[in-house]
Write a protein that binds this ligand. Structure first.
Ligand code: C2E
Ligand code: MG
Ligand code: MG
Ligand code: MG
Length: 291
């Protein structure tokens, strides 16, 4: 692509459709092996209580360091993996990695929950709840320390099929969260019928709330709606003190975002927690931020 800016010719690299297709094809065919070779890892982003600074849990976010393409974002490879019917492999990998992490925290006396993102395809798999149950049992993690995040559009795509699966998951005592809330098209009435425990306000509204009254109104109404339905309300994309203060004033329960921490590789998360936690001797208290 060529364009001119101030009389100067500027060239930008725009991959052709063929190149995009080839790259996606390569990625999906290499995915299983990439997991085996350790190219695919899980990073964790802390979530803290509002008000206060108690670390309640972390969200597991997948990362792929590809030998040829470098770091590939989940927004690119997750849809490709889904389309190739390989999402079961992805979800199992992330779930097992995350539960293994929670197990080791429990052994150190820390109760930190982990949230794992689901794909629409997981909600079409009738065996999925029993696979989650098997994983919890294998790692000896109580259901209440696992949250599964699903998007509104994921549920709305085929509610008839998703609902029994959600009920099966809910019966395991885990938390279910609706992710990216506010961006989809689900009705409030429908949300009431789902066995969900949490709503996560989409980051686009949280980014805008300091300067845009419309975004502020959306955030406020999600907090009110969520609470009136008895749900825990989580805000993602909290980047600034102002947003955190506004959310706290509205009564939003949990904050997640770069202000608190970016997603961290496991060793960096450990260092982050070590610097901030009071580890109890009786092995029962939760991680508490001391700063
Ligand atoms: P999500 O589940 O809504 O995750 C939150 C995304 O927002 C993450 O992007 C996180 O890094 C980013 N984020 C959090 N706080 C801030 C902030 O303050 N500012 C900004 N600019 N961004 C923030 P990430 O890791 O790139 O993941 C993107 C999406 O990919 C996720 O959105 C989720 O839908 C999907 N994804 C990630 N990991 C998995 C996975 O293991 N399985 C599945 N099925 N999907 C995944
Ligand atoms: Mg999520
Ligand atoms: Mg989100
Ligand atoms: Mg998302």
């Amino acid at each position: 692509v060529r364009a001119t800016r101030g009389g100067e010719e500027v060239k930008a690299y725009v991959p052709s459709m063929g190149q995009i297709f080839l790259r996606r094809f390569q990625m999906v065919t290499q995915f299983r092996q990439a997991i085996e070779e350790g190219q695919v890892t899980v990073h964790y982003q802390p979530k803290v209580a509002l008000p206060g600074k108690q670390v309640l849990g972390v969200e597991a976010l997948v990362r792929w360091q590809h030998p040829e393409f470098g770091r590939v974002d989940p927004d690119e490879f997750v849809p490709a993996v889904e389309a190739a019917g390989l999402v079961g492999v992805l979800t199992s990998f992330v779930l097992d990695t995350a539960l293994d992490r929670v197990r080791r925290w429990l052994d150190e006396g820390l109760r930190i929950s982990v949230a794992v993102n689901l794909s629409v395809r997981n909600l079409a798999d009738a065996d999925f709840p029993s696979r989650v149950a098997e994983s919890l049992e294998r790692f000896g993690v109580p259901g209440e320390l696992l949250t599964l995040e699903l998007t509104e559009s994921g549920v709305m795509q085929d509610p008839e099929r998703a609902l029994p699966i959600l009920r099966g998951l809910s019966a395991l005592g885990i938390e279910l969260a609706v992710d990216d809330f506010g961006t989809g098209y689900s009705s409030l009435a429908y949300l009431r019928q789902l066995p969900v425990d949490q709503v996560k306000i989409d980051k686009s509204f949280v980014f805008g709330m300091g300067t845009d009254l419309g975004d502020l109104a959306v955030v406020r109404s999600i907090v009110e709606l969520g609470h009136s339905l008895g749900l825990t309300v989580v805000a993602e994309g909290v980047e600034e003190d102002l947003a955190r203060d506004q959310l706290e004033a509205m009564g939003c329960d949990v904050a997640q975002g770069y202000l608190i921490s970016r997603p961290l590789a496991e060793d960096r998360l450990e260092a982050w927690l070590q610097a901030r936690t009071v580890r109890s001797l009786d092995r029962t208290s939760e991680a508490v931020l001391t700063l």
